[in-house]
Design a protein around this ligand. Structure first.
Ligand SMILES: *Cc1c(COP(=O)(O)O)cnc(C)c1O
Length: 352
C-alpha cells in the first residue's frame, strides 16, 4: 500500500507466476516450460539478427511474423495479430473485445490471468463452474453474456474439448466474441483455427512459449476475423507500437516455419506424459486426462500442499494452487524422462 498509488492499483489482484529459482540440479516442473530446446534454426536466426541493424526500430507491423503465422495456418496477414507473449495478446483482447454491458463468461477454474485482466480493465466476469469431472460443459454457457473466454485444453486441468463442442459454443453466441486460448493445443488438442472461415466471432490465441520451447522469447499471436484483429491493433498502437524486437521477430519466424521440430518434441512430451500418468496411477494418484504438457493429479490420502512442500525439500518443484475445488491437486509439468523418473522416485519415498 502506498499513498502514491492510483485507485486502480489499490483494486488490482495480480497474477502470481510459478517461481523461477536458479538452483543447480533442481527438477523444475512448475511452469510448463518445454524440456527440449527451441528449433536450432530459430537460434541461428536470432544470432544472425544481432548486429548493427538493432540501432533501428523493429517493424511495428510485425509483417514477417504475421506472414509466418498466416503461412502456417493458411490465413491472410489481416487475420493475424502478434504480441510480446500471449499474455500481452490476452491483455489487449480483454481491453479491446471483452468489456461489454453483460458479463464475460469464463470457467471458474482456468488460467489465473483471466481474473487479473478483468480487475485491471474493470470487466465484470461470471464464472461458470467446471462439471464434477473438472470439464468445461459448453451447455452451461448457453446464457446471455457479453463475451466468452475459455482455454482449450484448459489450464490447470489439461482437459481438452473436441472441436465439435467449440463449434457449438460459437454457434450459440453469434453476436459475442468467443476467445479460445490454445496455449497447449499442440500436445494433443484440436485447434479451432479450422473454424475461422465460418465464424467471424472467433478469436484463437496461441503462444511460442510451450510447444515451440521459447518461453523466454515472449512471442504470442491471435488469429481471427480482420475486424477483431483491427480492434486489437488499435489497442496495441495506443500502448506500444514495437512490442517485438528484431531478434524476437527473426526467432519467431524460424520457429514457426520449423513445424517438424515442434511436432517431434511435442511427441516426445506426449510419450513421457503417458508414462508419467501410468506411474502416478500406480502410486494411487487420480490423474485427469491431459492433452497438455502437464498433468493435474491428486492423491486420495495425501494433502496436495504438503506433497508439494515435501517435493520441494527434495529440489523438485511442482505447482500447487490454494484455490477451492483444486487445492488437493498438483500440476506437474512434463519434463525429460529423467526428470519425471526422479519425480516418481521422490513420490515413492514420500508416500512410503
Ligand atoms: C502459458 C499460458 C499462456 C501464456 O503464455 P505466454 O505466451 O508465455 O505469455 C497463456 N494461456 C495459458 C492458458 C497458458 O497456460
Amino acid at each position: 500500500m502506498s499513498r502514491f498509488w492510483s485507485d486502480v492499483v489499490h483494486g488490482l489482484t495480480p497474477y502470481t507466476p510459478g517461481e523461477q529459482v536458479p538452483m543447480p540440479g533442481l527438477v523444475k516442473l512448475n511452469t510448463n516450460e518445454n524440456p527440449y530446446g527451441p528449433s536450432p534454426k530459430a537460434i541461428a536466426a536470432m544470432q544472425a539478427a544481432v548486429g548493427d541493424q538493432l540501432r533501428k526500430y523493429s517493424d511495428p507491423g510485425n509483417a514477417v511474423v504475421k506472414d509466418a503465422v498466416a503461412r502456417r495456418f493458411g490465413l491472410t496477414r489481416e487475420q493475424v495479430f502478434v504480441g510480446n507473449s500471449s499474455d500481452e495478446v490476452l491483455a489487449h483482447t480483454f481491453h479491446a473485445l471483452l468489456k461489454h454491458e453483460l458479463p464475460l463468461l469464463c470457467p471458474d477454474i482456468s488460467y489465473g490471468f483471466y481474473p487479473a485482466y478483468c480487475s485491471l480493465y474493470g470487466i465484470e466476469a461470471a464464472q461458470v463452474p467446471l462439471n464434477e469431472r473438472y470439464e468445461i460443459d459448453v451447455e452451461d454457457y448457453r446464457r446471455p453474456c457479453g463475451a466468452v473466454i475459455i482455454a482449450n485444453p484448459n489450464a490447470p486441468t489439461g482437459i481438452a474439448l473436441p472441436l465439435e463442442r467449440i463449434e457449438a459454443l460459437l454457434a450459440a453466441h453469434p453476436d459475442q466474441v468467443v476467445v479460445i486460448d490454445e496455449a497447449y493445443v499442440d500436445f494433443g488438442g484440436q485447434s479451432a483455427i479450422s473454424l475461422l472461415g465460418r465464424y467471424d466471432n472467433l478469436l484463437v490465441i496461441q503462444t511460442l512459449s510451450k510447444s515451440h520451447s521459447l518461453a523466454g522469447l515472449r512471442v504470442g499471436y491471435a488469429v481471427g476475423h480482420p475486424e477483431l484483429i483491427a480492434g486489437l491493433e488499435r489497442v496495441k498502437n495506443s500502448f506500444n507500437c514495437y512490442p517485438l524486437g528484431q531478434v524476437a521477430q527473426a526467432g519467431a519466424v524460424a520457429a514457426l516455419d520449423d513445424v517438424a521440430h515442434m511436432e517431434q518434441t511435442s511427441q516426445a512430451v506426449i510419450a513421457t506424459r503417458t508414462w508419467l500418468t501410468a506411474q502416478m496411477q500406480t502410486l494411487g494418484f487420480e490423474v485427469l486426462p491431459s492433452q497438455a504438457n502437464f498433468i493435474f493429479a491428486r492423491h486420495p490420502q495425501r494433502d496436495g500442499a504438503q506433497l508439494a512442500a515435501r517435493l520441494r525439500e527434495r529440489a523438485i518443484l511442482v505447482r500447487h494452487f490454494g484455490q477451492a475445488r483444486i487445492d488437493q491437486f498438483l500440476r506437474i509439468s512434463i519434463g525429460t524422462d529423467e526428470e519425471c523418473a526422479k519425480l516418481v522416485d521422490a513420490l515413492k519415498a514420500i508416500l512410503g
